[in-house]
Design a protein around this ligand. Structure first.
Ligand code: HT7
Ligand code: ZN
Length: 876
């Protein structure tokens, strides 16, 4: 497969003013007719070059220009599309082709999911439906007529319904018209036997919008939370960004077979069922919160993505980074801000930092790709959101809002670039962000090495910051970044010290944002009455690693007293990291393991401290995951990580048993389920305590888990108890619990996914043999990405113990599954292979085994472009 470069971007030769589509739906032979009003793009140059249309896996039936049929000799048809000679500046093109939705297991283009027709066109799926200039900078007004047998009562597309009727008695049709010009990737079609829930929203200018959520009839009772989330998101976007919804109808459809979480098609969002359906009995708190944020994310795209779209796919973070930032702020406003930040940063540090340091490392705005689907990454989404957040930090909320208003005004109805976004931020605020732009073009995670010096006589404190960034593929050297470093200083009693920077006219403040722009830079603070303790990178104000030599005692002070809740948690993580690093070294040196008493006592204090948010306590008590420890390590020693983590968990559970039990008892009260922040926080801490208690494998602890499992009236408590049993109880008891759970929930796809994931993530039960057995379970389907993620994705990414068996069996197993999956669904195969691509970071032994597994994928035959790109770049 070839490589596409950002530097080669050219304007489209032709524009498409309108697109009329007609679908006659048949499982194996759907007929697609299109009528395009095409016009030479005046901005693209002179002459009349051939019209190039993308098309993949299509059966071409006919082409006509201005009503005159073209003979086969009049144009070229190849594997990737059509090239049609053109002799006029404007014309109507009519194309007829056939496609096979049932045979389409890639879940791109038009496909069938449990008998329901649906589409996924982003990024380049429309070319699997019909021949078209399938690029985001060609915006067109779409009309779609869907014809189907009458037993497909629901026929949906973008925009407003304008006509419906009967055809030959046994078929019917509906025509949809979208008044907003859009690129083809936002086109959608759905047809099926669906039911809907309906509500209404009155916009800030008083217009009424109909809101509809469609599902299979059996899931219709699971839509209330998504509907409430949608309405909250619509209101929030009006209040915080001044953005109003623009059509009279907004629809969401739940689909079981889906490659990602959801898709923001104009007026017709399509969702992975797991990201929209929830009831207290079947969905965990985490699922409720995920639904709230994904519903909001897709809704927010209506402005950041649809009204203003991307010029080309290199600009993907323009819509995704911005929209993730928007949804994170929405979730923070709806729930606990500190906990949301902790969750997001944990994920970023574990998975995005690993991506940034791996063979697929790329800037937030990549320079090149072979297959764009591989660039829907944590870097583009999550790091992209951090980049937007830094702009917000630098400009402040009002400045940021001025910038976003200008951006939407300037680019409404068009396709824009990351450069346009920054330019709007600059122009609206009269600032200059030239150096800041490097966040878009340079890959890798910057490191800040910070040292300090206190002069008691002068009462002067100096912080010195050195920044560097490791080399990444194609970028051996990096220029300094512009980094906002939010910080404060604490006195010995934990009080916030007033900060006065040298030469500053600002009055007394407790927190500053230092702007780091040089490779090395010092900041001086005057009138500092005592030796201060710095609280650095508050709220994780930049996606960087901070190195500062804190003592355990200093970390305990930060944990107890820092006014920044995020940094209180961060201090607990640093303390745990230090202790676990020591355990790993001791394990390798064959020294008897002993956990730092500082860590034990710090955790005890957290459990005893009154008035803390229980969710924050739960986060502070949670040891860094094996994956996080692996990301931090210079060389990954999986065996040592597993041993250190297991030992630390056991020691803490035994030492803090009484406090944990008291916490569990205090929070284990019967309350009707509500997915609201306070209740979620209590359940989170209760179940964290339960998990620790069960680590001891004491009878009383396991009895608590059994009792909770039997009595639970919501899925959060039920699954937490089941997890505790599966991971700790004897086999018979765990087996019985798993069986009864399955019997109760086997008809519910979301719960079955949870049940599968719980087993394949279990360090005890999720052995390779058990995972193979799960793949033979009637519930498993290799063609369903949710099932694949639940069993294989969980095993490879979250079962560190079993996946990293020293004999390399886990790696070879994963390679075999990736090879099989590539034939069905290349996008999912290319994602699933990720854990093997990190082979270079492992110590000798696992390193060679992982490498061999990866090579076996490469040698297995013809790979898809998706998988080829990831594997070939990782073997380099
Ligand atoms: N914008 C959507 C991306 C998406 C996608 C991309 C590739 C393959 C399948 C896909 N499904 C959805 C989702 C979003 O970020 O909102
Ligand atoms: Zn998105």
């Amino acid at each position: 497969p070839g490589t596409v470069y950002l530097k080669d971007y050219r304007q489209p030769d032709y524009l498409v003013d309108s697109t009329r589509l007609r679908f006659e739906l048949e499982p194996n032979a759907t007929l697609v007719q299109s009528r395009l009003k095409v016009r030479r793009n005046p901005a693209a140059g002179e002459g009349l070059p051939p019209l190039k249309l993308d098309g993949v896996n299509l059966e071409l039936l006919s082409v006509a220009m201005d009503g005159a049929p073209l003979a086969a000799a009049d144009f070229t048809c190849h594997d990737e599309g059509l090239s049609i000679p053109v002799d006029r500046a404007e014309f109507t093109l009519e194309i007829c082709n056939r496609i096979d939705p049932e045979g389409n297991t890639s879940l791109e283009g038009l496909y069938l999911s449990n008998g329901m027709y649906c589409t996924q066109c982003e990024a380049e799926g429309f070319r699997k439906i019909t021949y078209y200039p399938d690029r985001p900078d060609v915006l067109s007004k779409f009309t779609a007529t869907i014809i189907a047998p009458r037993d497909y009562p629901i026929l949906l597309s973008n925009g407003n319904e304008v006509e419906r009727g009967e055809i030959d008695g046994d078929r019917h049709f509906v025509t949809w018209e979208d008044p907003f010009a859009k690129p083809a990737y936002l086109f959608a079609l759905v047809a099926g036997r669906l039911e809907k829930v309906e509500d209404r929203f009155t916009t800030m200018s008083g217009r009424e919008v109909v809101l509809q959520i469609f599902t299979e009839p059996k899931n219709i009772h699971k839509c209330a939370h998504a509907m409430a989330s949608l309405k909250a998101a619509m209101r929030w976007d009006e209040e915080v960004y001044g953005r109003e919804y623009d059509l009279d109808i907004f629809m969401i459809v739940a689909v079981d077979h889906f490659n990602m979480g959801a898709m923001e098609n104009k007026g017709l969002n399509i969702f992975n069922s797991a990201c929209v359906l929830a009831s207290p009995e079947t969905a965990t708190d985490a699922a409720f919160q995920r639904i709230e944020s994904i519903v909001a994310h897709e809704y927010f795209h209506n402005w950041s993505g649809n009204r203003v779209t991307c010029r080309d796919w290199f600009q993907l973070s323009l819509k995704e980074g911005f929209t993730v930032f928007r949804d994170a702020e929405f979730s923070a406003d709806m729930n606990s801000r500190a906990v949301k930040r902790i969750e997001d940063v944990s994920m970023l540090r574990t998975a995005q930092f690993a991506e940034d340091a791996g063979p697929m490392s790329h800037p937030v705005r990549p320079d090149s790709y072979m297959e764009i689907s591989n660039f829907y990454t944590l870097t583009v989404y999550e790091k992209g959101a951090e980049v937007v957040r830094m702009i917000h930090t630098l400009l402040g909320p009002e400045g940021f809002r001025r910038g976003s208003d200008l951006y939407f005004d300037r680019h409404d109805g068009s396709a824009a670039t990351c450069e346009d976004f920054i330019a709007a931020m600059e122009d609206a605020n009269g600032v200059e962000l030239q150096q800041f732009r490097r966040w878009y073009s340079q890959a890798g995670t910057p490191i800040l090495e910070i040292s300090d010096d206190y002069d008691a006589k002068q009462q002067r404190y100096v912080l010195t910051v050195r920044q560097s960034c490791p080399p990444t593929p194609g970028q051996p050297e990096k220029q300094p970044f512009h980094i906002p470093l939010k910080m404060g200083l604490l006195g010995a009693d934990g009080s916030a010290l007033p900060l006065v920077a040298e030469g500053s006219s600002e009055g007394e403040i407790n927190e500053r944002v230092l702007e780091i722009t040089e490779a090395e830079q010092s900041f001086t603070f005057e009138n500092i009455a005592e030796q201060p303790l710095p609280s650095l990178l508050r709220g994780f104000s930049a996606p960087v690693k901070v190195r500062y030599d804190y003592t355990p005692a200093q970390l305990r002070l930060l944990m107890r007293a820092d006014r920044d809740a995020f940094n209180r948690w961060d201090a607990s993580q640093r303390l745990a990291f230090g202790a676990m690093a020591q355990l790993q070294r001791d394990f390798r040196a064959g020294i008897a393991l002993q956990l730092s008493s500082e860590l034990v006592e710090a955790y005890r204090s957290v459990l005893q401290q009154e008035g803390l948010d229980p969710a924050l306590v739960a986060e502070m008590l949670t040891l860094p995951s094996a994956q996080t420890l692996a990301e931090e390590a210079e060389t990954i020693d999986a065996e040592a990580i597993i041993a250190a983590r297991k030992f630390a968990e056991h020691t803490l559970a035994e030492a803090l048993y009484d406090e944990l039990l008291a916490t569990y008892r205090r929070l284990n009260h019967d309350k009707p389920y509500r997915p609201v922040a306070d209740d979620i926080a209590e359940r989170r801490l209760k179940n964290t305590a339960l998990a620790y208690l069960c680590v001891t494998e004491r009878k009383d602890a396991l009895a608590l888990a059994e009792a909770q499992f039997v009595a639970a009236t919501n899925m959060t408590d039920s699954s937490a108890a089941l997890a505790a049993l599966v991971n700790r109880a004897d086999d018979q008891c765990a087996e019985a619990a798993l069986q009864s759970f399955y019997e109760r929930w086997k008809e519910d796809d979301q719960v079955v996914d949870l049940w599968l994931g719980l087993q394949s993530s279990s360090p005890q039960r999720g052995t390779l043999g058990a995972v193979r057995a799960l793949m033979l379970h009637p519930a498993f389907e290799l063609t369903n990405p949710n099932r694949v993620r639940a069993v294989l994705g969980t095993f490879a990414n979250r079962n560190f113990t079993q996946f990293h068996q020293p004999d390399g069996s886990g790696f070879h197993f994963l390679a075999a599954q990736v090879i099989a999956l590539d034939k069905l669904n290349p996008q999912i195969a290319a994602r699933l292979v990720t854990p093997l691509t990190r082979w270079k970071k492992y110590r000798t032994g696992p390193r060679e085994a992982m490498h061999a597994a990866l090579q076996s994928v490469m040698a297995s035959g013809q790979l898809s472009a998706d998988l080829y790109e990831v594997v070939s770049k990782s073997l380099k």
